[in-house]
Write a protein that binds this ligand. Structure first.
Ligand SMILES: *[C@@H]1O[C@H](CO)[C@@H](O)[C@H](O)[C@H]1NC(C)=O
Ligand SMILES: *[C@@H]1O[C@H](CO)[C@@H](O)[C@H](O)[C@H]1NC(C)=O
Ligand SMILES: *[C@@H]1O[C@H](CO)[C@@H](O)[C@H](O)[C@H]1NC(C)=O
Ligand SMILES: [Cu+2]
Length: 679
């Protein structure tokens, strides 16, 4: 008892110190001390809880907006709270903890379908089980493999129509072989599946179905040689750096932008309150209240027993933040970028630091932000060019074999570019084939190396974009382009032209109409506008969505179970009414979800989305037909979109926005930065 009192006092002291020494922004992520507080508060009522999520329980929007508004009086202090999802006694619980007085505000059992994210600790424990499991040891021996070289990879199992009573938190383990290579994903031990109950940590099923050769190690290594590494250290990639970037706590200010950057175990990088300075009005105007990756759907296209269930919801099943890894200065980001750390809770509730989880840097890549040469004026040639200088915020998540590079780029024109890069190792299947002339059936992939089939699959990366264009109340507008004939269908001859296009503007009233599948045959400009704010010319202020990669939608049939769980991937665009509990497109409990609590289910409520607080969801999709050049490691494939000002400003703001310095940011003191890489 005495011990406990001391602990509580200590924690109180810690949190008091934190609050008084720095101003806590209401959206700041939990500090390590706060994560520890959550653990001790919850552990005192629920010993041995397993922590699956611990993060900020955000204050409501009005409190956050009051905090950041330039009001003369300081806003009242906001309550600091945490939200946790734990497993205890085979149940999932949602607990809200007050971090100021260390009390539990609410504690409820979640009774719906699906389970919280699987923790790295559970993966590790599950993977120890087969090594001591007789039938598995026997299978390895029969294949002539060394047990010490077998590596285990846990996979989520999805949902395939099983009734509710039979649901258990399970993971299917697949195996790889490291003998002679670090590229374990290139060497699957095909055909063996061990199913583990994650709550009880026991093997519940074992299958050994097919025996095919393990692909050879030769040619799978993707590491650079030591000499190459050494050589790379000696040169500096010139250009970008961090001059002119101010970071106070989690608030980043650069040129005409300011925003808040936070780390979340589930979402990874979270951007909030992105505002751009309007040189005409001498004020900063809100564009994006919050934006982050909401979910990833990655279904593989092989229906066989070892592969059918590989239909991942990466963010909800593993945590995109938990999967984020430290960035390497001079490689993942420019050496002189600014770096930030992130913290999440381990399964036992203790904080884990991810060093350098984000980087922020200024980019000058030799592009032009606008230009013009005027030659019509007699005797003069006027040439004006402005170089494109922007700010990039980056994070990288490695979810098993794949790596996702997530970038947000702030342009001085007011545009936000969002990009995702796919790289890493393909998920491959071992096979007896060594040449395509041996193949007569659908092998569900490409033979990319001897005995190695890279399976067809998709990546759908869904972004949550709570745009608040110049205020909370926004509308979704489609400017539909239509081909018309001059003088009507009879073509009365009033113009030599037979056709032209014009637009029909439609303000979308409800959520069901807010689902959009883009098609070049029926183009429309999609924008979020603030119908209550107009430019001096009378146009409503807005931002529009521009896809920067070919829109892709899921090709699975609507009655296929993975598609039921990830139904929103049939459209690129969804617009929903703002509800702070609806942030995860695949539902809060994505592992083994059944599609009843996801973006599709919410949208079916058909709420009004006109002149109210709304959220835009955009999915960047890729159909991936693997090719030999994706082996042994895949060159980055990029996709993304842009949020671009449309009648938001009175005119091109670049003319009145000073250009950040690029000269002095290029490589002058390269030696110094190398100490950072090697040190
Ligand atoms: C908590 O875990 C410990 C060690 O595994 C065990 O001895 C103890 O009985 C558990 N307590 C509860 C309440 O489950
Ligand atoms: C702690 O503070 C919250 C307000 O944030 C309040 O609702 C709650 O009753 C307080 N609990 C205790 C034990 O003081
Ligand atoms: C959604 O609501 C609108 C407006 O009330 C209505 O016209 C439309 O039919 C509804 N759609 C569905 C699928 O319920
Ligand atoms: Cu891929």
């Amino acid at each position: 008892m005495a011990h406990k009192t001391i602990l509580v006092l200590l924690l109180l002291t810690l949190s008091t110190t934190t609050i008084t020494t720095t101003t806590v922004h209401p959206l700041d992520p939990l500090t390590p001390d706060e994560i520890t507080t959550v653990r001790s508060v919850i552990s005192s009522s629920t010993p041995n809880a397993s922590f699956h999520y611990v993060g900020l329980f955000e204050p409501d929007k009005p409190s956050v907006l009051a905090f950041v508004s330039p009001a003369p009086t300081p806003p009242p202090p906001h309550p600091r709270r945490a939200f946790a999802i734990i497993r205890a006694d085979l149940a999932s619980r949602e607990i809200v903890v007050d971090l100021t007085n260390h009390s539990i505000i609410s504690n409820v059992v979640y009774d719906g379908h699906g389970f919280p994210t699987i923790t790295p600790a559970e993966d590790a424990e599950a993977c120890e089980l087969p090594m001591k499991y007789g039938p598995f040891v026997e299978s390895v021996r029969e294949r002539g493999l060394e047990m010490g070289d077998v590596v285990c990879s846990p996979m989520s199992v999805g949902w395939f129509g099983e009734g509710r009573g039979r649901r258990r938190r399970v993971s299917k383990l697949q195996f790889y072989y490291k003998g002679g290579t670090v590229n374990v994903y290139a060497r699957p031990v095909e055909g063996v599946t061990v199913t583990v109950d994650l709550d009880r940590m026991v093997v519940v099923d074992f299958r050994d179905r097919v025996v095919v050769p393990v692909p050879k190690a030769e040619g799978t290594d993707y590491r650079s040689t030591e000499e190459e590494e050494e050589e790379r250290r000696g040169e500096e990639i010139p250009g970008p750096g961090s001059r002119g970037i101010s970071i106070e706590g989690h608030v980043v200010r650069w040129a005409n932008w300011d925003f808040h950057v936070s780390f979340d175990a589930r979402a990874g990088l979270v951007l909030s309150l992105a505002s751009v300075a309007d040189p005409e009005r001498d004020e900063s105007r809100l564009v994006l209240y919050k934006g982050h990756v909401s979910e990833l759907f990655v279904p593989y296209m092989d229906p066989s027993e070892e592969w059918y269930y590989r239909t991942y919801l990466d963010a909800g099943e593993w945590g995109f933040g938990v999967s984020a890894l430290p960035l390497k200065p001079g490689a993942d980001c420019p050496a002189r970028a600014r770096f930030m750390d992130g913290f999440y809770a381990r399964r036992d509730g203790m904080p884990v630091r991810v060093e350098k989880v984000f980087c922020v840097f200024q980019r000058y890549a030799g592009d032009v932000s606008w230009r013009h040469t005027e030659i019509l004026i007699p005797g003069r040639v006027i040439r004006e060019v402005r170089p494109e200088v922007s700010l990039v915020v980056r994070s990288v998540a490695t979810v098993g074999n794949y790596d996702y590079i997530v970038d947000y780029e702030f342009m001085q024109s007011g545009t936000i570019k969002v990009q995702v890069g796919l790289t890493g190792i393909l998920e491959v299947k071992a096979s007896e084939h060594t040449h395509t002339n041996q193949i007569s059936q659908d092998i569900h992939g490409t033979l990319i190396a001897e005995n190695t089939i890279a399976t067809y699959h998709d990546h759908f990366i869904t972004y949550y974009l709570d745009l608040d264009i110049d205020g909370r109340r926004n509308s979704f507008v489609k400017a539909k382009m239509k081909t018309v004939r001059p003088g009507g269908d009879n073509n009365d001859g009033s113009s030599p032209r037979k056709s032209y296009w014009t637009i029909e503007r439609e303000t979308v009233k409800t959520e069901v109409e807010g689902m959009v599948s883009m098609s070049p045959a029926e183009p429309s400009e999609l924008m979020l506008v603030n119908p209550n704010k107009k430019t001096r010319m009378g146009n409503v202020v807005g931002y529009r969505l521009i896809p920067k990669s070919a829109p892709a939608i899921s090709l699975l049939s609507d009655d296929d179970y993975p598609q039921i769980r990830a139904g929103w991937t049939k459209n690129q665009v969804w617009v929903t009414a703002y509800d702070p509990s609806q942030r995860w497109a695949g539902g809060m409990y994505a592992d083994q979800s059944q599609g009843d609590d996801n973006l599709v289910a919410w949208s079916r409520r058909n709420r009004s989305i006109e002149n109210t607080d709304i959220v835009l969801w955009y999915t960047v999709g890729f159909h991936h037909i693997p090719c030999q050049e994706d082996f042994p490691v895949m060159p980055t494939l990029n996709g993304g979109f842009e949020l671009r000002q449309t009648n938001f400003f009175e005119r091109n703001i670049l003319l009145k926005t000073p250009l950040p310095s690029i000269e002095s940011d290029s490589c002058l003191s390269c030696r110094q930065s190398h100490n950072i890489i090697t040190g």
